[in-house]
Ligand binder design. Structure first.
Ligand SMILES: Nc1nc2c(ncn2[C@@H]2O[C@H](COP(=O)(O)OP(=O)(O)OP(=O)(O)O)[C@@H](O)[C@H]2O)c(=O)[nH]1
Ligand SMILES: [K+]
Ligand SMILES: [Mg+2]
Length: 451
């Protein structure tokens, strides 16, 4: 149990109708009595309208709502109080100053309330991560994924797998303890199918195409093309803003430009890049290098080429075309295209579409296609997605130990049991079931103060 009592503004900074200041820890009761001038604590989990006063000067701070949650039935598991006060800067500032004067209270660190909730078993680590994601969620898909994580969808999955390993371990350990003679091959035979099934499940789960991470971080859609083909014009069209400089000078864009968009509820980052060509200019060449490196990480590539030149395109672009590429034949207003757009032999791509980014022709078909493709890559399925590199790493570790178990037939039982124990530990690290002290600071520093 923490001995320190912490407080923080839990609602957003700045002027607001209502602001919420939160308090958690053993001194909560004393602080509530001091600030309200009450003799007895209010009933837990009931709203009370009252005056708040500075405990030293007795000057009135505000008239507002007090909510007291007696531990352990609270967010942190400790005694918690929430002060719902008027969200004026002077009110909030005065209130925080007053709390600072109460002995035994200090302001909270980022994520400290949630960390206490974790420490007191109120949530596992994946739920805490889900909560952080929920606070950062900007699109519907992010919100839905975060809520699922917060509800424990991943924790349930991983805890289930951990239980399976522990079950398998029990077989081995029973043999270690009670067998008259060692029969490692027999036991391994009994346990091997369990481990094998689990391995398959983990591999399948990890082969999700990074969907969860994509929903969290946004799908990268990179616009590539020769100089002056209209990449920045397209970026401005997509973002409905004048984000990038457009000019008829080839080599206008040199840096990588990013715009975050919500496409049908999914988070997407549209990336405009320098036009790709051989260039003797050092700065431009660096821009091109960055463009090509961004293309490697793209979830979807929009490759823009000259409609009038189609089906010819520069080799440096055609070799980047793959199943995640949409080829846009831009400046179609300046080209005569037949009804059938020829697709060069052997070119595997999502589609070839004629558009005019400047005249906004063909753009609604393009938007529809883009939104369909985004959805395909990010829609939520029934199985929960892993959302962080941290989860992936732990799952790799788990697999490694399961592999070691698998390759270890003939090994002593105790060693086999140890492989399984380590595999279970790796899963336990994801939910925080096993000691993970070293990673906690990293996880909780993702939060804002007051959460
Ligand atoms: N006719 C016509 N002109 C276009 C179209 N799209 C863009 N342009 C023009 O083409 C020129 C280059 O456009 P940009 O958007 O700057 O091209 P870019 O690909 O970003 O160029 P760099 O950044 O230099 O690589 C500008 O004069 C645009 O107005 C189009 O669909 N049709
Ligand atoms: K240009
Ligand atoms: Mg440009």
């Amino acid at each position: 149990m923490s001995t320190e009592t912490i407080y923080a503004l839990s609602s957003g900074k700045g002027r607001a109708g209502v602001s919420v200041i939160r308090l958690s820890g053993p001194e909560t009761r004393a602080a509530v009595l001091k600030l309200t001038g009450r003799k007895v604590m209010p009933v837990s989990r009931e709203a009370h309208l009252c005056w708040f006063r500075d405990p030293l000067t007795n000057v009135r701070l505000d008239h507002g709502l007090l909510l007291y949650f007696e531990g352990p039935k609270s967010f942190t598991g400790e005694d918690v109080a929430e002060f719902h006060i008027h969200g004026g800067r002077a009110v909030v500032g005065g209130f925080l100053d007053a709390l600072a004067k109460v002995e035994g209270l200090r302001s909270a660190l980022p994520g400290e309330f949630t960390r206490r909730a974790f420490d007191h078993g109120k949530m596992d680590l994946t739920a805490a991560e889900g909560l952080a994601d929920l606070i950062n969620a900007e699109t519907e898909a992010q919100r839905r994924q975060a809520l699922r994580l917060m509800e424990g969808s991943l924790a349930t999955l991983y805890e289930g797998w951990r239980a399976e390993i522990i079950h398998a371990m029990a077989y081995l350990e029973a043999d270690i303890d009670f067998a008259d003679e060692e029969v490692p091959d027999d036991v391994a035979e009994q346990v091997a199918p369990i481990v094998e099934k689990l391995r398959a499940k983990i591999i399948d789960h990890m082969g999700d195409g990074f969907k969860g991470e994509r929903i969290r971080d946004g799908l990268q859609v990179v616009i590539l093309g020769e100089p002056n083909i209209g990449k920045s014009t397209l970026l401005n069209f997509l973002s409905r803003r004048d984000v990038a400089i457009v000019s008829d000078i080839a080599g206008t864009t040199r840096d990588v430009l990013e715009v975050h968009l919500d496409i049908s509820g999914f988070p997407v980052t549209i990336v405009d890049t320098a036009g790709i060509r051989e260039s003797g200019d050092v700065i431009e060449a660096e821009g091109i290098r960055r463009a090509e490196s961004r293309a490697e990480k793209a979830g979807i590539k929009i490759i823009m080429v000259e409609a009038a030149a189609w089906p010819q395109m520069p080799e440096r672009l055609s070799r980047r075309v793959d199943g995640d590429s949409i080829i846009l034949l831009n400046k179609s207003d300046q080209a005569v295209l037949g009804d059938q757009i020829p697709k060069p032999y052997g070119l595997d791509c999502i589609a070839v579409l004629p558009v005019s980014a400047k005249q906004e022709e063909g753009t609604s078909e393009f938007l529809q296609l883009l939104s369909d493709e985004v959805e395909k890559r990010m829609e939520l399925t029934d199985t929960p997605n892993l959302t962080r590199g941290r989860h992936r790493e732990a799952l790799y570790n788990c697999l490694e130990h399961l592999d070691r178990f698998r390759d270890g037939s003939g090994k002593e039982l105790v060693l086999l049991a140890e492989d399984l124990r380590m595999a279970a530990r790796s899963l336990g690290a994801i939910t925080g079931r096993v000691d993970v002290e070293d990673i906690l600071d990293v996880i909780f520093s993702e939060f804002c103060i007051g959460k």
